[in-house]
Design a protein around this ligand. Structure first.
Ligand code: BGC
Length: 378
């Protein structure tokens, strides 16, 4: 027979199970300051069961923090970020796209121009004669609508933005959703979908700056990288692709075997000089294959490892060549080459490059892509 105390104990355990379920997914929402025009933005903290913590703001859909353990189970933030929205919008940080969703067109469009369905479109040029990362006011500066949700009991955040027809010169009302979710194995998933009511061009990515030793550590030059790419797209002096697709073999861009990032960065190589370091689109060998590792970064010091999986055909490997120590973030001062970006993407300037995979999104079609950044240790 059940005594009153066992009944109470059973009720208590049912109650705590209910509370736990109600707490899951673990998402916390906090104010993140106001934009220059007075709009309140928020920061959302996602935690998985293993203790990984990712913070995302609806200003630009930016990832502000990614805390993962090192080989001694010590957690550190491995992305460059700021404590409030002003950090992202003032001073030199305003032009560096820290952690942001990039659109409508990631990387460069030559002369801010392209022709589609017989019509020539003009996008504001914001880097000399070219357009970089979507124009003067790209997706990185927009306030996104947020829905808190979950996948298999782990937290997820769905960000939505409707870019009106003609915004920054691009055609079509474009509806974009970026879903950030964590899994139980310290994977951060980014699922992008988009639809348009008029043919347009589209290239979406995320511009997180990683330092596996911890944000604010001085350099990424001692970290190792492997990129599953036999080819890359060389650039001219304004970093616009020449249109060629060249072999990495025999160049300092050959990362088919894991290599220390700093070991060849100052080699006497024309492309490295033009880009002032690594800032290249690598043509992935297994586009569309989410099961194959596109990029693997290892930090010998902390033992942290990041693997990148993507359905996209390319990845921009950028070694923070334009960071110069004038930006102060959560992790400290962000100096020259103190972080790296791995922007999974379609190739830069594709709308003007007939031999690159198409970035046209037709009216009524749905664009989909997925990228996973998975953290572990060794
Ligand atoms: C580009 C760099 C650019 C940087 C700006 C990268 O995606 O490839 O050339 O300087 O973004 O933060």
């Amino acid at each position: 027979m059940k005594t009153p105390s066992t009944v109470i104990a059973a009720l208590l355990s049912l109650f705590s199970a209910a509370v736990l379920t109600a707490q899951s997914p673990r998402i916390e929402k906090q104010p993140f300051g106001k934009t220059a025009d007075g709009k309140q933005v928020f920061m959302y903290t996602l935690k998985n069961a293993a203790g990984m913590q990712v913070k995302i703001t609806n200003f630009g859909g930016r990832i502000t923090t990614v805390e993962v353990p090192d080989r001694n189970k010590k957690f550190d933030d491995v992305v460059l970020g700021f404590n409030d929205v002003q950090g992202y919008t003032t001073g030199p940080a305003a032009g560096a796209y820290f952690g942001a969703i990039i659109g409508r067109y990631a990387n460069r469009l030559a002369h801010g121009t392209f022709t589609l369905d017989g019509h020539t479109y003009h996008i504001p040029t914001n880097e000399g004669q070219n357009t970089l990362h979507g124009g003067t006011v790209g997706f990185d500066k927009k306030i996104w609508d947020v829905k808190e949700t979950s996948t298999h009991g782990e937290p997820a955040l769905e960000l939505h933005y409707l870019s009106p027809n003609g915004q920054e010169g691009f055609p079509g009302n474009l509806s974009v959703t970026v879903r950030y979710s964590l899994d139980s194995k310290n994977g951060l998933h980014l699922d992008y979908t988009a639809t348009t009511d008029k043919d347009t061009v589209l290239n979406l990515t995320n511009h997180s700056y990683f330092n596996l030793e911890g944000a604010g550590s001085q350099t990424i030059l001692n970290e190792r990288i492997r990129i599953d790419a036999d080819h890359y797209t060389p650039v001219n002096s304004t970093l616009i692709p020449t249109g060629a697709i060249e072999k990495v073999a025999g160049t300092p861009l050959d990362f088919r075997k894991s290599t220390v990032i700093g070991s060849r960065i100052n080699d006497d190589n024309e492309q490295l000089k033009l880009a002032k370091g690594y800032d290249f689109n690598f043509v992935l060998n297994h586009p569309g294959d989410l099961s194959s590792v596109a990029v693997k970064v290892e930090d010998p010091k902390s033992g942290r490892v990041m693997e990148v999986f993507t359905t996209q055909p390319g990845v921009q490997f950028y070694t923070g060549n334009f960071l110069n120590g004038t930006v102060q973030g959560i992790g400290g001062t962000y100096g020259h080459r103190s972080a790296l970006c791995l922007e999974t993407q379609h190739f830069p300037d594709s709308p003007n490059q007939p031999n690159f995979p198409s970035t046209v999104l037709h009216a009524g079609q749905t664009f989909r892509s997925t990228t996973i950044y998975r953290f572990s240790t060794e």
